[in-house]
Design a protein around this ligand. Structure first.
Ligand code: Z5A
Length: 209
């Protein structure tokens, strides 16, 4: 089973992935975590390049760096873990490319869907937890932790990204669960558990109650 956690800058994805991983590890769920960009060795190099280069990067060059990272993550980490029967918890995945490069940068959404399909071999999350936060609030949290090429973009960009994530959630309500990420971390964690654990039980990754 593949669960992805998505959302704007500073939404609390990393905080939530850590808390869920700790909780499910303690419950004995076989678990693999990863993140994009940067889940693999090649991905860590790509992450540094795409987020921190001082050089000019075209929008498509930026996009292909994220896609190359995703392709490596799926091939090296996600598919092998799924074959081992593990639950995979991924901090960002294909929806981020649609929200940031599509809705945010304005690149063609249909083409990005096809490129995501090529990069992932069509692997779709079973569940996506979308952490929704007003962009002003998320950006302020993210900046307090140090920015990057994309996080430092104008607030208008982050508003389009937020609108993009909400459009994805509205289009795929069975896959995407939207949570209010402006709540305290513990409330976000419990809302995420409530969304995920019935599915984990159905997949026999957790015992039935
Ligand atoms: N990007 C892209 O454009 N296209 C793609 O295809 C992909 C990514 C995959 C790096 O991603 C950038 O890449 C990202 C999108 C782009 N840039 N932006 N924007 P990333 O996921 O590595 O970086 P990020 O989104 O900037 O993550 P982040 O700043 O680390 O945010 P986060 O993981 O969502 O939040 P956090 O680290 O858990 O929390 C941030 C701070 O808020 C921290 O001090 C926490 O203690 C605090 N926090 C967390 N939760 C709460 C709550 N609930 N209340 C109060 N405070 C909280």
């Amino acid at each position: 089973m593949l669960i992805t956690v998505e959302g704007g800058d500073g939404a609390g994805k990393t905080t939530l992935v850590r808390a869920l991983a700790q909780h499910w590890n303690a419950a004995g769920v076989p678990l693999q975590t990863t993140l994009e960009p940067g889940g693999t060795a090649i991905g860590r190099g790509l992450r540094n390049l795409v987020l921190h280069t001082d050089a000019e990067l075209s929008l498509w060059a930026e996009t292909f760096l994220f896609l190359a990272d995703r392709s490596a993550d799926v091939a090296e980490i996600i598919r092998p873990a799924l074959h081992r029967g593990q639950l995979v918890l991924c901090d960002r995945y294909a929806d981020s490319t649609l929200a940031y490069q599509g809705h945010g940068r304005g690149l063609d959404l249909d083409l990005l869907q096809r490129l995501n399909h090529a990069a992932t071999g069509g692997l779709q999350p079973d569940l996506t937890i979308l952490l929704d936060i007003p962009p002003e609030q998320g950006v302020a949290r993210g900046r307090a932790d140090g920015g990057d090429r994309i996080a430092d973009a104008a607030l208008d960009f982050h508003r389009r990204v937020n609108h993009g994530f909400r459009a994805i959630a509205a289009a795929e309500p069975h896959r995407v669960v939207l949570l209010n990420a402006a709540q305290p971390p513990d409330a976000v964690f419990h809302a995420a558990l409530a969304a995920a654990e019935p599915r984990l039980r159905r997949a026999r990754l957790l015992p039935m109650e």
